[in-house]
Design a protein around this ligand. Structure first.
Ligand SMILES: NC(=O)c1ccc[n+]([C@@H]2O[C@H](COP(=O)([O-])OP(=O)(O)OC[C@H]3O[C@@H](n4cnc5c(N)ncnc54)[C@H](O)[C@@H]3O)[C@@H](O)[C@H]2O)c1
Length: 262
């Protein structure tokens, strides 16, 4: 899809990867709604001009998604591309993760995607055109050392994106799913816990800049292909996991031991 003149919405766009996606889409000529619980107006102002708007939106509820879709249509007209990027990186082990933390992870990282799609799809199916994008994670293809909620919800986000593509691809709906390892954002630098994302990523591979990831995403959207794997080794890890799951699990346990040692 050529982004020139397209109406796009990016959630979690107040900072980090979402803000970078908004900048990249805008630079390629799109009209952009930046949506976030915090920081959307400032991030929109930093881009500037009349093709950009910031909206306060909480995507952890169905109503928050319904309102966001409605407000975005009011701002620019029919939505061409919706990017469900907002995410939370919370939760650790079974004993240390409260029910609230589990629920927030599922609401923001998974249910938000289907709630948004629920309010986008009728118009898209009528037009025979629409582009649904989501940010999952390499953790959704492999696993997140130390976080059960992140591993489960990101796997579900990948599954939903795949299911959307299978179910609605023939009706003209395009789907792209972003699955990075470490990206240099607030989420990565969250805390001193030995199994925080920061420590995991230190032993797991390169940390990329959000703007570089966003450029790859924009290229992928223009090519209309499904996965964005900014860390290409993730494809090799997936293949290894599929061909020898027990060795893969052993390797992941070894990685966890290295992370715990700091
Ligand atoms: N940074 C990484 O290493 C990395 C790796 C893989 C995947 N991801 C994913 O990338 C996405 C963006 O994360 P990031 O790295 O930019 O982190 P970030 O914490 O900088 O940004 C996340 C944004 O989502 C917003 N958000 C959280 N809950 C929300 C809600 N209920 N409604 C609306 N907005 C909400 C936050 O306010 C924040 O601005 C997430 O889905 C994350 O899981 C990040």
């Amino acid at each position: 899809m050529d982004l020139q003149g397209k109406n796009t919405v990016v959630t979690g766009a107040g900072r980090g990867i979402g803000a970078a996606l908004a900048r990249a889409f805008h630079a390629r000529g799109a009209n952009v709604v930046l949506a976030d619980v915090a920081g959307a107006a400032d991030a929109a102002a930093a881009i500037g001009g009349d093709r950009v708007i910031g909206i306060v939106a909480d995507v952890s509820t169905e109503e928050g998604n319904r309102q966001l879709v409605e407000q975005s249509r009011d701002a620019f007209g029919p939505i061409d591309l919706f990017f469900a990027n907002a995410g939370v990186g919370n939760g650790t082990t079974l004993a240390d993760t409260t029910e609230d933390v589990w629920n927030t992870a599922f609401d923001v990282n998974v249910h938000a995607h289907r709630w948004a799609a629920k309010y986008l799809m009728p118009e898209w199916l009528e037009r025979g055109d629409g582009y649904f994008c989501s940010t999952a994670s390499a953790a959704g293809l492999l696993a997140q050392i130390g976080s059960g909620p992140y591993t489960m919800t990101k796997r579900a986000a990948v599954a939903f994106a795949e299911w959307m593509s299978i179910t609605y691809g023939d009706a003209g709906i395009k789907v792209t799913c972003l699955c990075p390892q470490g990206v240099n954002t607030e989420m990565l630098h969250g805390g001193d816990d030995p199994i925080s994302g920061n420590n995991v990523v230190k032993v797991a591979g390169a940390v990329l800049e959000p703007d570089d990831v966003a450029e790859q995403v924009a290229d992928t959207i223009e090519a209309e292909t499904f996965f964005v794997l900014p860390h290409p080794e993730v494809a090799d890890f997936m293949q290894f996991k599929a061909t020898d799951p027990d060795r893969w699990l052993g390797g992941m346990r070894k990685l966890q031991r290295r992370v715990q040692q700091g």
